[in-house]
Write a protein that binds this ligand. Structure first.
Ligand code: ZN
Length: 278
């Protein structure tokens, strides 16, 4: 398998598993742990069937979290994962509920972003083509982990997160670091008018929009750069360009290593982003 390291990320292979880490966040490894897991079995799911957790998948997912967390010397029982629903809802995590990882917890139903200032809580999100954004404020020592698929981006959840960090923790946008995990990129995110139209309507005043939504030559489709849109929105919200760190990896182009809904189709696996203060 090829090494996905680049100027912003390092690709770690350790104890039989693989994950990516952002060089910028590693500068704060005295107080911060993080990883984007890529190399585990293609099954990070904590699927629910008829409202009931499927035991086998749940235990597999638990074990995957355990392996990934162990690799970065974090305790997997501290994981908190929202029930992601492509919303713009961001919640503050105050404490852990029990001795097990907190996922599929109704408290975090309909939630696609989590923020916390608490130590020893690992904020977790999963994706397969959607964007995951990890935020860190080195000044206030606050973190966020956000799932932003095309629907979340259309609802500007990354900006909802910045606003929530300002309200709850008095964070300054110019202090925030935002790291963008592997996701589908403009090379593969081609949509019809049903998606292009609301995107254009929402973002027509965004700088660079003519490059973020481009017609596909000879087709009745458009290629949308949802990462570019997030980066531009974050800059407009006051983040410094050098603090917005993109992995630059397309999940579809690299679907042999990165989980992709579009490439894997039914039975697709999930990549997992974890970030925690210690
Ligand atoms: Zn691609």
């Amino acid at each position: 398998m090829k090494d996905l390291s680049n100027k912003n990320i390092i690709h770690v292979k350790k104890d039989g598993i693989e994950y990516l880490q952002f060089r910028k966040l590693l500068e704060y490894s005295d107080i911060l742990v993080h990883a984007y897991g890529i190399g585990l079995d293609r099954n990070y799911r904590t699927a629910k069937a008829n409202g009931k957790l499927e035991d086998e998948k749940y235990h597999k997912a638990l074990n995957d979290y355990k392996t990934l967390c162990s690799a970065i010397e974090a305790d997997y029982t501290n994981c908190v994962k929202p029930v992601q629903r492509h919303t713009k809802n961001v919640q503050k995590v105050m404490h852990k509920n029990n001795g097990q990882p907190d996922f599929e917890n109704p408290q975090y139903e309909n939630t696609d972003g989590l923020i916390t200032e608490q130590k020893n809580i690992i904020l977790s999100t999963t994706n397969a083509d959607c964007i995951l954004l990890m935020f860190f404020d080195p000044n206030k020592k606050v973190i966020a982990n956000v799932h932003s698929g095309w629907r979340g981006t259309l609802q500007r959840i990354s900006i909802e997160t910045v606003n929530k960090l300002k309200e709850e923790y008095d964070c300054k946008p110019q202090d925030l670091i935002c790291c963008i995990c592997p996701s589908i990129r403009q090379c593969h995110f081609k949509v019809h008018a049903d998606v292009q139209e609301p995107y254009y309507e929402e973002f027509k005043n965004l700088k660079g929009i003519e490059h973020f939504i481009e017609p596909v030559p000879g087709e009745d489709r458009w290629a949308i750069d949802t990462v570019g849109i997030n980066i531009e929105m974050l800059k407009e919200a006051g983040l410094k360009e050098e603090n917005i760190v993109d992995s630059g990896i397309c999940s579809v182009c690299n679907s042999d290593q990165i989980h992709s809904y579009r490439a894997e189709k039914e039975g697709y696996g999930l990549g997992t982003a974890i970030i925690g203060l210690k």
